[in-house]
Design a protein. Structure first.
Length: 256
């Protein structure tokens, strides 16, 4: 751009006016600039690069179409397998092993009959060799698989294996725990079980769950000498334990 400025700097006003009036000469001068030639080269390189990328993308188009078709087939197969799984899952939840064994035996006998008919057709000449090889091999494979499944299922029926049922009943039984206020020993006496403390209203003093020992003592009667003060025991009397009882003293009992 500096050469372009220096070139026009030497022109007079008359020459500049003539140059403005001559478009062809002005266009020729612009095309001879170094910047224009560099831009033209970059343009050609960009066009060539785009053409190469486009040709490469077009060469990958058949493979892309093939992969799309393959993906569509796989998706359809997956959908069929999912529907079959859901059907078998619902059937397994509502059928017994005996029912499943009977159904599987029916299907096994059906495929065995189909293979025998196919072999007879081949021997009669009504079935070509290529068709016989393709279909007979796949059906015999299916027949063997069903035979193995029938044997395994029959073994499970003989062993008395049950289908897994819902564990909702077990869960409800586990939640039903005995809620007894106390337990009893083997001799029938109640065992001491600490009860859950009850909440007291706010603003009131806390009440003790045990009776006050001071209130159980009665003052000595005035004028009665040698009177032993009587009191009531706040705890139940302990049972008499023999030397061979072998039971430890319970908490809260008074051993006499």
């Amino acid at each position: 751009m500096s050469t372009f400025d220096s070139r026009f700097h030497s022109y007079t006003s008359t020459e500049l006016n003539e140059l403005l009036d001559d478009d062809n000469k002005l266009y020729q001068m612009i095309c001879e600039m170094d910047e224009m030639s560099e831009m033209q080269q970059n343009k050609e390189l960009t066009i060539a690069s785009n053409r190469s990328l486009a040709e490469q993308n077009l060469s990958l188009q058949p493979d892309l179409d093939h992969q799309k078709v393959h993906l569509t087939k796989l998706y359809c197969s997956l959908q069929e397998l999912h529907e079959s799984y859901q059907l078998r899952k619902s059937t397994m939840g509502s059928s017994s092993l005996d029912t499943l064994l009977a159904l599987l035996q029916t299907e096994g006998a059906k495929i065995e009959e189909e293979t025998e008919n196919m072999a007879d057709s081949f021997l009669d000449g009504s079935l070509t060799l290529d068709s016989f090889i393709d279909d007979y091999q796949s059906k015999r494979k299916l027949a063997h698989l069903r035979r193995v499944k029938i044997d395994k299922l029959r073994e499970m029926v003989l062993k008395g294996v049950q289908l897994p049922q819902s564990s909702s009943n077990e869960h409800s039984q586990a939640q039903e725990t005995p809620n007894t206020p106390f337990q009893r020993l083997a001799n029938g006496s109640p065992a001491h079980v600490r009860s859950t403390p009850t909440s007291q209203p706010s603003g009131q003093p806390q009440l003790s769950s045990y009776p006050d020992a001071r209130s159980s003592y009665m003052p000595q009667s005035a004028g009665v000498p040698n009177t032993v003060p009587s009191y009531s025991c706040p705890y139940p009397q302990a049972l008499a334990q023999g030397p061979g009882a072998g039971l430890p003293p319970q908490a809260g009992f008074i051993i006499q």
